[in-house]
Design a protein around this ligand. Structure first.
Ligand code: PDD
Length: 280
């Protein structure tokens, strides 16, 4: 495997960043994960728009312009023989002697990796559906920035694993669902309405979420962007999660309670298929 690290293509096992990289010392950096399907980077424009936004919000310099960045992503995908899988990019503020305030005169650091993922794995998972647990929201307020500071997400995901589940939903004190540790959360009501939390209130604006909202509208499904509670999700007709890595993934259990009959729903399954068809 090959990785791109600050201007060089290097063997993945030997790829390294400096010990004073601010991403390493302060989690002072941002990232993106894009799905690669049939050799294409899915939703690249939306991912790179969000990367630009994350960088702007943190006043981190762009490591390079968009065109060369896409070229690097494509080259890493090519060198790793990825047809289906994912491409990961990470930008940190750069390397400087440890000091909390922004250093001046340094360049941001860019790492790009890619790996193949067998699409049959996701398909098999989607046929069974995933289990979700809930955890109290304990993240900072700027989760709209795709920061590499993911310790609460890491702990939540580990807790899910220890409970035999695959995702953890962060819950606000008012009982509403924010989002998963690495996914957005959705339900389908008894009336067939798709519900997902507004992206303005304490979640990451998932690219898969945005694309799915567009797709659902084209399919004449009603989408309501509003908060929903854990109880509402447990009583829903269907529930599912979305992310570049999982696409549309049915949720069959929330905190040990089955969603509907405990099997993946038909609408989530058809949305998953429809998503594959438009992915390019
Ligand atoms: N996670 N919410 C959070 C907290 C996320 O970390 C992610 C993505 C999403 C979904 O966003 P998108 O549809 O753009 O992938 C929502 C990536 C996949 C990760 O951390 O691996």
């Amino acid at each position: 495997r090959i990785a791109y690290v600050n201007g060089r293509y290097v063997a993945h096992r030997a790829a390294a960043v400096h010990i004073e990289d601010r991403g390493y010392q302060f989690a002072d950096g941002v990232y993106e994960v894009c799905e690669v399907a049939r050799g294409f980077i899915v939703d690249s424009t939306r991912h790179l728009d969000r990367l630009d936004r994350s960088l702007r919000e943190l006043q981190i310099a762009q490591p390079m312009a968009r065109k060369p960045l896409i070229s690097v992503m494509r080259e890493v995908i090519r060198r790793n023989l990825v047809t289906d899988g994912m491409v990961y990019l990470q930008v940190s503020r750069g390397v400087a002697p440890r000091d909390h305030v922004f250093p001046t005169g340094i360049k941001s650091a860019l790492v790009v990796t890619a790996k193949p993922v067998d699409p049959r794995l996701g398909a098999a998972k989607a046929e069974k559906g995933v289990k979700v647990i809930t955890v109290p929201e304990n993240r900072w307020e700027r989760v709209d920035i795709k920061s590499v500071g993911l310790l609460p997400n890491v702990l939540a995901k580990q807790k899910a694993k220890e409970a035999g589940a695959q995702e953890a939903w962060f819950i606000d004190p008012d009982g509403t669902v924010k989002e998963g540790a690495s996914t957005n959360a959705w339900i389908i009501t008894r009336d067939g309405v798709l519900v997902t939390r507004p992206a303005e209130t304490g979640i990451l604006r998932g690219v898969t979420r945005t694309t799915l909202i567009d797709l659902a509208k084209k399919l004449d499904l009603t989408v309501e962007e509003r908060p929903f509670t854990v109880e509402e999700a447990q009583a829903a007709r269907e529930a599912f999660i979305t992310a570049a890595t999982t696409l549309v993934m049915p949720v069959v259990e929330i905190d040990g309670r089955p969603v509907a009959n405990g099997h993946p729903g038909t609408v989530a399954a058809s949305l998953r298929n429809a998503f594959f068809d438009i992915a390019e």
